[in-house]
Structure formats: C-alpha cells, structure tokens
Design a protein around this ligand. Sequence first.
Ligand code: ZN
Length: 619
Amino acid sequence: MAEEQQLNEDSKRNAGQMGAKVVPRGSKEISNILGDRRSSYNIDGVDRVVVDEITDQKLVGIPLIDKVVIILVVLFTLLVFINFSFTSNDAKEDPDIEKTLFITKIIELVILILFVLEISIRCIDVGPITYFSDLWSVFDALIIIASIVLIILDLNLEGDAFTTISKVLRGIFRFLRLFLVFRKVNFFNIIFEQYNQVKKINNAGTRYVVRSPVEKVIEIMRDLADQFEDPDIIKQLNWGITHISNNTVYEPIIEGKKSEALGWLYQQQQQQHISQDLKRSMSSDTQFPDESHLPEQLKLDFDQNILNLDYDYFSLFQKYDSSILTHLMCYYFQQESLFSNLRISPESFKKCVDKIALSYHKDNLYHNVIHAFDVTHTVYFFIQKCNFKEIGKLTKIDYSILLMSAAAHDADHPGLNNIFLSNTRHDLAMTYNDKSPLEQHHAATLFRYIRETDLLVHFTLQDFKYFREKSINMILSTDNAMHGKDYNKLKARLASNDFDPGSKDKGICFDTLLHAADISNPFKPMKNYEQWTFRVLGEFWHQGDREKELGLPVTMLCDRRTTNVAKSQIGFIDFMVLPYYNTLSQILPQLSEFIEQITENKKAWAEKIEHYQTLLNTQ
Ligand SMILES: [Zn+2]
C-alpha cells in the first residue's frame, strides 16, 4: 500500500514535468496500455487468444547458452550410448575399444564440466535460490558432479583395489546419466516449444486477418461478373461494385428536373458546391512573410532531427515547456511557405497554436502536449519521408489541414476516455450525446481558437469549408471506436479499381494518416515506445482508480492489478497497429522499410511477458 502511494506520488510528480521520463516501478507498472482503444476492439477476445498461447512458457531463455547446450546434449547422448554399448571386458579384450572408451570418457568429462558451467551461468542469471528452487535442478547438479567424480575415479582406479566399488558405482551412475539425458532432451523440447510459441506470437498479425463483409461482398460480385457474358448484367454489377467501394450506397440518387418539389434535396447538394464568384469575393491582397522566429539552437535541432523517428524530443519539453508545439508548427509552416501562400498571419498563427498547446493538460501523463508534438511529428514524417506529399498531390492548404489537425487532435483532453465520460454523465458526454464526445470537443476547440485568433480570415469560403470538413473528419477519426468501421471503408476503397489518394480518396487518406500517427507508439524505436507505454499506462491507472472509487465497473485493461503490460502491447500490435500499417503501406510504399520496427518491438515485448507475469503474481 505504501508502495502504491509512493507510486501515485511519483506519477503526479512526473505528470508535472512533462519532459521527464516516466520510470516504471516494479509491479506497479501494470495497467491499461490500450486505453480508449478497447471500445473499438474486442480486446477481451484478443487478449485471451494471446494469453492462451503464451502462458506455458517456463524457462527464462538465454539464447546463446541454449544453442550451446543443445549441441552438448546431442554429443552427450551419443557418448552415453557409446559407453553403454561396450562392457569393461570388451575394452580389456580389444585395445582399440579401450582407447575409444578412454577418449569418450575424456570428452564426457569435458561436457560434464561444461554442464557445470551452464548451471553456474543460469544461477548468476536468475539467482541460485530461484534456480535451485526446482528440485530437479538440484538432482541434475548432483548427478553431474557425481558423474565427474566417477569418471575421474574410473580413469585412475582401473585395475586397482577399488575397481569393484567403482564398477558398482559406475553401473548406478551410468543409469543416472541416462536419466540426465532424458532430462536434457526434455529441456530440448521446451526450448523448441518456446521457440515455436515466439514464432506463433510473431506471426499472429498475419494469422488473424480480419476481413470485413464489404470486402466479401465486392469479391462475390466480382466472381458473379466473371460468370456472366451479358454486358448489361456486367455493367450493373460493376455499378454496384463502384458504389459499394466508394461508400456511397446510402447517398440519394436524385432523378428529375430541379424544381421546388425537389428543392429540399437539392439544397443539401448545393451546400457542397460553393460558387467561384463567392471564392473571388473573399480574396484580399494582404501578404504575409514566411517567418518563424525560432530560437537558433532549436532551429538547428529541428533541421537535424525532424525526420528521425528516434528523435528524443522529451528533453525539449523540459526546456521549452508547451511552447515547443508552437515552435514546431512555426517551423513547419515556414519550411512549407504556408504563411505567404495561404495568407496566414504569423502573429495570429502563433496565438492560435499557443492556445492549442496550453489547452493540453500538464497533469496528463499521456494526453499532453508531448503527445500532440509526437503525433504532428509523425504525420510530417509520413508526408515527407514516405512521400505522401507526392502521392496525395498535396496543396498548401492540404499541408495546413494535416498539420493543424494533428497538433489539435487531443486539445483539452481531460485524461479520461469516452467510456468514463459517458458513465459519469460528464458535460462533454451530455453535450455530444455520447457520440465521440472527446473527439467532437477536440475539433470544436480547434475551430474556437481559429475563430478567436482570426486565423483563416483570408481563406475563401470554399477553402474554409474544405479546411473545416477535412479537419473535423480527421479529428473524429481518431476515436478508436471508429477504427473498425473506418479501416473496413479504407480497405474497400483500396480494393476498388479507382482508388486515387491525390483526389477523390484524399480525405480518407488524411483520416488514415492522423489515426496511424495517433497509434504510432509501436512504430517508434523501443526507447520512445516504452516511454509512451508507461505514460498511457499511468494515465489509465488513474482512470481505473477513479472508477473503483466511484463504484463503477473498472473498464477492461484499466485494472493495474490484472493487466500484463507486454501481452496487452502484443495484442495492440497484432490486432490494431500491424494490420493497419500494412494496409497504409499500400498507400505509402516507402513505409514498408520502417514497418520492421513494429515486429521487432513485438519480439521485445514477447520476451518480457514472463517478467510482467511475475510482477502481477507477486503483487
Ligand atoms: Zn491522440
């Protein structure tokens, strides 16, 4: 209990220093990594699959030692059987056999000494008390030591007065060495079983391929089209495929001349197409310079690291606090000449981004301004390093949408998820009728600041509507409850014949990029990934604690006492991040070369499962 209090104090202190590293402490590391992601996934099922596959791991693996031991076991088995096949009389009668037996005994002696070494290394690794807590390990050690003594006696006392005793002992220990062989072969099996399980875990992402009904429907319709020769039927089936893959199945088909009678329907359509006249009338001649006024040292730092996924930006927050987000955004806007091209005032821009940065709660361990920095940084990585600027045929306004939406996507996040807000009848849940209350609030907050700072006053109505529609959609798509549906829509579009990220599918690509950046922790090098894991974990501990205090059911994975951190991350990677990034690499082929990091991280977590299980068990 005292430890728990200490931990909570630590968490609060860390929360106060956003740039400070969150250091996990023993068993208290356990909590919800997936956080608000659970609402979109049957994590219950997901986690159970993974748990079932990996709970039987018994040995703490030391890979190099395991390999050496496997070779030694094979050699040792051979030698024991060679020894068994000859008697002492054979050796006396045939000097060649005697010589062979002598050599095998020497080799056997060396292998037994190596087994002693192996035991010593394992003792150092896990501690002698833990190692010898298994009585079989004590038994193995005794046989090995006794066998060594016996072989030494055997080599020295042959033909001597002790020969008879030696013979009896040799008989017993030969049998026991055979037993040792069986024990070692059993170890051999466990190693292979363990290896296969790790392989299973690593392949899980590809084994559990989730397909959506829409993909199946398109496939069936294509198969049907192949079976018909009538061009009318084929044309109609293709018409159906086009509407399904374009997600336009529920849009009205308006037939007939424009008239008052159909005016209500036409009115909605007209909203989508603002006249060019209005566009011109909103224009002005005001010009703005591309200035960022960044501290020189920081600009150099950005120049060097802005496209590196292992950028250690945590330290920047200790120096610049929340204004680091404003600096980053000014840097991007200057780099891309967005001030001059979009006629955005740098002063208004600075004010607006400052408001966004300050809206992030400093006492949130995860949903704070560093997370906003990280997500914006990742979106820019997709744009530049994975070439979305070319693939998506990005205009200047597109750049501004992607960057602003990323920076504001969690603005004024209270550090609690949508489920908690709904369960506690929070103001936001009441305002937005439980429909993605957080994301609605983040988007609304962005546009409130845009209006307050006159940020987009020089945009045409058409551009403003374009900016607003795309930004809102992007931010709403970060609600993980939408992940499943949005992902299936994306796959349906990718399966169509006319997927075009540079025009009609630009919007869905924008949504995908922001959502991918928002779940990008496993895509980062382990050092940063681990830091984010413990931050999200800490934030959800607090939610779980509050749920307990309020007598609410503790939301799944929010209970610090039951969640295995490593397993939940493996589930997160297998069922969410890896499939999503694999799909995203169909849009951004250059992403493929960076995806390996995700599987590497998964392996690293797989090796830590036992560690976290032990922590849970010892709580
Ligand atoms: Zn986020």
